[in-house]
Design a protein around this ligand. Structure first.
Ligand code: ADP
Length: 561
């Protein structure tokens, strides 16, 4: 509907413009030529209303088009945003976040900007060109024919230029993505850059990317200018030919001043819309390139949720049955033939060098990735059979990378628990020892934590994450321990909070320091995706194997401090 309005608006505008030029001949020939001023007087009365109508049509066309464009941008942004949340983890592994952000911010704008501009010129200027041509042919087809002859040449130029445009536009989008990535990395990794004095290198890197982006934009400009100029030169040749033909004796007889003026004026008037029509393609190509980049994401398959089983709360028994898994696109197995069983309420610790596959095990439990072989069962149900949202509700994740949202402490704890009773939030905060440091903040629980909780210490962030997990009250806890030692006081509080959290829950602990898992019911040592030892602390120590080696290593390190 809006689209129809836009088209009517644009067509009306073009029709009025063409009509105005068709009135040149009668005015010149009838009134000026014959000294009859009646026509002029009528024209005088008509001019203002006509321009008012023209203005209305213009408003109708431009406004509705902009309205449609803005709707499209909004819709695409929303769709991309939603898509990002539903895409599997592997997609995000493969795509730099900067590029993804740039798609939402920049590419969507390109689609609508380019699209509506292209449409506006195509319909409005296209109709204007047709109108002008009609006027010209009506008055003198011989002269007009000349203009038509250059048409095919124009078409060839346009097609060559448009190919170039598509290429360059695509590169521009990529460079925009690269730019966003660079900015994002430096902002996120600001401290690392400062510490390692990486400013110089980052500056150089960014300069290169920045310049590359600029160069691509320049290429676009060059292509545009060249095509516009060459088409205008062609048009001027046509004009010259027209002038020449008009001067021929046989033509001069038929030509009245009005006809001649009308044709020549129409031709000159044609140049501008023609020029715009040739840039239409560039705009259109820009829009198409952006569209392709957006649909590349929108066409991606979201996470497959094969599970039918609805589950409100599991007891928390976990079983890995001969699980083999490699990350999508990698040849090596991150886990091979892993089997273990964790009974309800038990604590199961994973030990191993970094890169051995500990985190992979927890990612598989929550189905961030799908396994290729074997089976993972929760309470004897294969996890593929459980509805994805229900499956993930069974886990509370406390990891070393605590993700906090730029919100208040209260809301960060209550995140993921909708409509929760505030007193329960406070209670969880108390158990997790969040209360202690919140009491010292002037705004208390209403304190904003800053992006990713940057205004809090690592230990404080972790305690918030623990409070969040306590509130969530999931049957299974996945604990990815902090690698770096915290100060003793903070550590004691966190350990105490964790102990409370682990009560009555099955927990999987990805351990980096062995001191915290001595009481675990089971400890599994893995190396390059394979189990090499399994048992409890004392058994493993007695075996004098990898675990006892790691243990004595950490013990002596601990003594050094
Ligand atoms: P850990 O937690 O023990 O440090 P991980 O489970 O993170 O080890 O990694 C196990 C192996 O899988 C490593 O060799 C790592 O390089 C690889 N890996 C981890 N994440 C990915 C990923 N998203 N894509 C491809 N390979 C990965």
């Amino acid at each position: 509907m809006a689209f129809l309005m836009a088209i009517i608006g644009m067509l009306g505008y073009a029709a009025i413009d063409s009509w105005i030029f068709s009135q040149l001949q009668p005015i010149i020939d009838n009134s000026l030529g014959k000294q009859n001023f009646e026509t002029l007087r009528i024209a005088a009365f008509f001019v203002v209303p006509i321009f008012i109508a023209r203005g209305l049509f213009n408003f109708m066309g431009t406004y509705t088009l902009a309205w449609i464009g803005s709707k499209i941008v909004m819709k695409m942004r929303q769709q991309l945003f939603e898509k990002y949340m539903y895409l599997p983890v592997s997609f995000h592994d493969d795509n730099a976040s900067g590029g993804l952000i740039s798609k939402v911010i920049y590419d969507t704008e390109q689609v609508s900007g380019a699209g509506s501009k292209a449409l506006l010129t195509l319909i409005r200027e296209g109709a204007f060109v047709i109108g002008l041509l009609a006027v010209m042919f009506y008055y003198s087809w011989q002269l007009s024919l000349v203009f038509i002859l250059i048409g095919p040449v124009v078409a060839v130029i346009v097609s060559v230029v448009s190919k170039r445009f598509r290429q360059v536009s695509k590169t521009i989008q990529q460079t925009m993505g690269n730019l966003t990535s660079s900015v994002e990395q430096v902002i996120k990794g600001h401290k690392v850059v400062l510490m390692f004095g990486g400013q110089k290198q980052e500056k150089a890197n960014f300069n290169e990317r920045n310049n590359h982006n600029r160069q691509q934009n320049m290429k676009l400009v060059v292509a545009r200018v060249l095509s516009v100029s060459s088409i205008q030169i062609l048009a001027s040749i046509a004009l010259a030919v027209v002038l020449y033909i008009s001067s021929l004796p046989s033509m001069v007889e038929d030509l009245t001043p009005g006809i001649f003026t009308t044709v020549v004026v129409c031709m000159t008037m044609l140049l501008k819309p023609l020029k715009q029509l040739t840039t239409v393609n560039s705009e259109f190509q820009k829009g198409m390139a952006a569209c392709a980049s957006i649909f590349e994401v929108l066409d991606q398959d979201i996470e497959v949720d094969s599970g039918k089983k609805q589950i409100s709360r599991l007891d928390g028994k976990i079983e890995f049955d001969n699980v083999t898994f490699s990350y999508p696109g990698t040849p090596t197995e991150a886990l091979s033939h892993i089997s273990f069983k964790v009974e309800v309420g038990q604590t199961f610790a994973l030990v191993g060098r970094s890169g051995s596959g500990k985190s992979t095990i927890s990612s598989l439990l929550t189905r961030f990735y799908n396994i290729q072989q074997g089976q993972i069962r929760l309470d004897d149900i294969p996890i593929e059979d459980i509805k994805l949202t229900d499956l993930r509700k069974q886990f509370a994740l406390v990891s070393q990378h605590v993700t906090l949202f730029n919100d208040t402490i209260f809301n960060n704890i209550a995140y993921a628990t909708a409509n929760v009773d505030p007193s329960r939030v406070l209670e969880a905060a108390k158990i997790a020892h969040v209360q202690e440091f919140v009491d010292q903040l002037p705004d208390g629980y209403d304190t904003m934590v800053g992006e990713n909780g940057l205004k809090l210490s690592g230990g404080q962030r972790q305690r918030i994450a623990i409070a969040r997990a306590i509130l969530l009250d999931a049957p299974i806890l996945i604990l990815d321990e902090a690698t770096s030692a915290l100060d003793t006081e903070s550590e004691r509080l966190i350990q105490d909070a964790l102990d409370k959290l682990q009560q009555d829950r099955t927990s999987i602990v990805v351990a980096h320091r062995l001191s915290t898992i001595e009481n675990a019911d089971q400890i599994m040592v893995i190396e390059q995706g394979k189990i090499i030892e399994q048992g409890d602390h004392n058994t493993l120590l007695q075996q004098q194997g990898a675990y006892s080696q790691l243990h004595s290593m950490q013990f002596s390190e601990g003594n050094k401090h």
